[in-house]
Write a protein that binds this ligand. Structure first.
Ligand SMILES: NC(=O)c1ccc[n+]([C@@H]2O[C@H](COP(=O)([O-])OP(=O)(O)OC[C@H]3O[C@@H](n4cnc5c(N)ncnc54)[C@H](OP(=O)(O)O)[C@@H]3O)[C@@H](O)[C@H]2O)c1
Length: 351
């Protein structure tokens, strides 16, 4: 049989539309898999990289972080998988800079440590919403020691437990506020924190209260309510013996920072983990940091949790996908729609 050919949606230079063209068929190095992609997902990071060229190390570039598909080749030291396995995985072009590590292609290289078998009952378009959000959520929750997110900005170190397969999961006696509970990263953080026995108080749009509760939030407050900070403070106060550990801010704007700091001031401080650089000049009782969503801390979750949790319905493929089209040429349209903003959904392209 002739070797298959690869194609990719290439970014030739910053602030230009992606161009679909031939690409080399990648090969799997040690600890790597080549995946024949059946679906890819769009993240705000992709739009940011396309617009500004930031983080691109090698031109032309292939962007994209989320893949779902079948294993085409297994590299040395990746024998947890075999050819033909249905998998989801996190593509790490952001740190490697190699085009073959970008998701927007027919074939992508992913680290086996950032992949998991996708149960047969779950479609590729559902499964592909999980990888990058899961990596970000675990980085937000479970790092024990602060690292470096970018020069001068440390990562948060909540040191919270990994999600557990136990049902019901015992309470950890801790309460976490998730700001942006209907976003991709916020909803996944809500799911994983809840599965670690942490009580989540979420802040989301009023139309997404049910969605955030489906992800496990104990209570949800409207981000447009002018009294949202007071209501969150009151809710945390009522959470009994629980220890308030802090806030994960999955939105990270001046408006959300003002609320974060008001909440932390009233509750005696705590961690403030943000998806962008945290506010300057935080009080000494606030440990602020920015997540960096590629870290080996996620390996045990990928290896031991994702597949059985998906199988058991404990890890849900949320937010649900909105499929924009089939084929690499639809990725540009999906990026445009992502920039316009989404609510409790992840934009997906089938391949
Ligand atoms: N540092 C890192 O490593 C890292 C990793 C991943 C993502 N990120 C960043 O994290 C951010 C979120 O990414 P994502 O993919 O999760 O975004 P997303 O799903 O596209 O975010 C959309 C959601 O944001 C919510 N939202 C908007 N404004 C809000 C506000 N003021 N309060 C509460 N919720 C609000 C909306 O809620 P409603 O519709 O309910 O109103 C909507 O559901 C992006 O800026 C991304 O670049 C950073």
């Amino acid at each position: 049989m002739p070797a298959p050919t690869n194609q990719a949606a290439w970014l030739i230079e910053a602030d230009t539309p992606l161009q679909v063209d031939d690409a080399p068929l990648p090969t799997a190095g040690p600890g790597e898999l080549v995946v024949k992609n059946a679906a890819i997902a769009i993240n705000p990071l992709d739009c940011h990289m396309q617009d500004s060229g930031v983080f691109v190390q090698q031109w032309p570039a292939i962007l994209g972080c989320d893949v779902a598909g079948e294993v085409y080749e297994v590299g040395p030291d990746a024998q947890r998988f075999k050819t033909g396995d249905r998998v989801i995985g996190h593509a790490i072009n952001l740190v490697s800079g190699r085009p073959q590590d970008g998701a927007f292609a027919l074939y992508t290289v992913i680290p086996a440590d950032k992949a998991a078998i996708l149960p047969d009952a779950i479609s590729f378009t559902d499964g592909v919403v999980v990888p990058f959000a899961l990596e970000a959520a675990v980085c937000a929750l479970s790092l024990k020691v602060p690292g470096v997110a970018m020069p001068g900005v440390s990562t948060p170190a909540f040191g919270l437990p990994y999600p557990s397969l136990q049902h019901p999961v015992p309470s950890s006696g801790k309460t976490l506020v998730v700001y942006g509970g209907s976003s991709s990263v916020g909803s996944m953080t809500t799911q994983l924190a809840t599965a670690a026995g942490i009580d989540v108080i979420s802040i989301a749009g009023a139309h997404n209260f049910d969605f955030s509760k489906r992800c496990g939030a104990a209570q949800v407050f409207d981000h447009k309510d002018p009294l949202v900070a007071d209501k969150v403070i009151e809710a945390v106060g009522k959470s009994g013996q629980n220890e308030f550990v802090g806030i994960f801010d999955a939105i990270a704007t001046p408006e959300t920072y003002a609320h974060d700091l008001a909440i932390l001031a009233k509750l005696g401080g705590g961690h403030l983990a943000c998806v962008h650089p945290p506010p300057a000049d935080v009080p000494v009782n606030v440990k602020a940091g920015m997540i960096f969503a590629i870290n080996d801390v996620t390996t045990p979750v990928w290896k031991d949790y994702v597949t059985p949790a998906l199988q058991a319905g404990k890890l849900q493929c949320l937010p649900p996908p909105t499929v924009i089209g089939k084929g690499l040429e639809h990725i540009q349209d999906a990026l445009k729609k992502s920039k316009a903003g989404v609510s409790a959904t992840k934009l997906v392209v089938e391949l």
